[in-house]
Write a protein that binds this ligand. Structure first.
Ligand SMILES: O=C(O)CCC(=O)C(=O)O
Length: 302
């Protein structure tokens, strides 16, 4: 092939491929002059037998359909106060943080007593038919059983007297009444609780949950539920960190259990033991629903 013909072929194939290199689109467009294409390229001799081609001097720039998004910076809540963390169709999600709810000396002896005297045990849960041991110890108080992660904690009305005193103090400050308590013991930094919402139907709609922490500080993290279009992708959702120290009370209310998930992640540096008491109100399971059913499923049912 002569030099001239070969060059014409190369130019011809480049010109043909150009539209393929542009993003597929449907967004707003803007015409951008292509300054790089030499004018002499236009009258490409037709090696395909269709006469001179009308190669345009401009191409269209289209915004990518999926805009490039930033991951929002994680927020930190550590000062005492009331926080409206989101406003959405399900309502306002609220946190109230009360560090020093228990004075340190009181918190010290309460922690030792509860660590030694509560009936701690390790619960077996089920996920997709597979059993796994919870990476923490728990115990349950309440007139009704509590089912989550496909396993049930039996009703237990033998409240430790100290827990009754603490329940009263928490009820006074929150102006809510609680008939149940889930106690968690994180033995060290390797104990944890994964992402979840406290949204079983037995907790009712928009539950208030009062969480009292004793012992070593652990980070309580929240992440917003992604919108439907994000298809369960949490990459771009808002996140909040709340370090929960000895004697701190955290109240979660409003739509927090609808619109946010929370966790206490494992930590890879030394952590001492921590007790977390979550006061809740449990209702009898709605009729016809299996224990532990999530509220979202209940709401969707006719
Ligand atoms: O330990 C904590 O602070 C959180 C406990 C918790 O998320 C739960 O009991 O559902």
């Amino acid at each position: 092939m002569s030099d001239k013909r070969q060059r014409a072929r190369v130019q011809g194939s480049w010109a043909k491929q150009l539209p393929k290199q542009l993003p597929k689109h449907s967004g707003p467009t803007a015409a951008v002059t292509n300054h790089q294409q030499p004018k002499s390229v236009n009258p490409v001799p037709s090696s395909w037998g269709s006469g001179p081609q009308n190669t345009p001097k401009t191409f269209e720039f289209h915004q990518p359909v999926k805009p490039i998004r930033d991951v929002p910076p994680e927020k930190l809540i550590e000062q005492a106060g009331d926080y409206e963390i989101s406003h959405g169709p399900s309502g306002v999600s609220r946190l109230q943080l009360l560090p020093g709810f228990l004075p340190p000396e009181e918190a010290d002896w309460m922690f030792s007593k509860l660590l030694a005297e509560l009936p701690w045990s390790q619960k077996t849960n089920y996920r997709q038919g597979e059993a796994y041991e919870e990476p923490r110890l728990t115990c349950w108080y309440g007139e009704l059983p509590y089912t989550y992660a496909r396993s049930t904690m039996a009703a237990n009305t033998q409240w430790h007297p100290l827990l009754l005193t603490l329940r009263e103090a928490v009820e006074q400050v929150s102006q809510c009444s609680f008939n149940s308590l889930l106690c968690n013991l994180y033995r060290d930094g390797h104990d944890s609780i994964g992402w979840h919402s406290d949204d079983e139907a037995s907790l009712g709609a928009k539950p208030t949950i009062a969480s009292l922490s004793l012992g070593d500080t652990r980070v309580f993290s929240l992440r917003k539920q992604p919108v439907l279009e994000q298809d369960g992708d949490y990459t771009y959702v808002e996140r909040i960190r709340v370090p929960l120290g000895h004697g701190t009370l955290l109240l979660m209310s409003g739509a927090t259990q609808d619109d946010w998930q929370h966790q206490v992640a494992k930590e890879y540096h030394d952590r001492g033991p921590r007790i977390n008491l979550t006061f809740r109100t449990i209702h009898a399971e709605p009729e016809g629903y299996r224990a532990g059913t999530k509220l979202q499923f209940t709401a969707k049912k006719p």
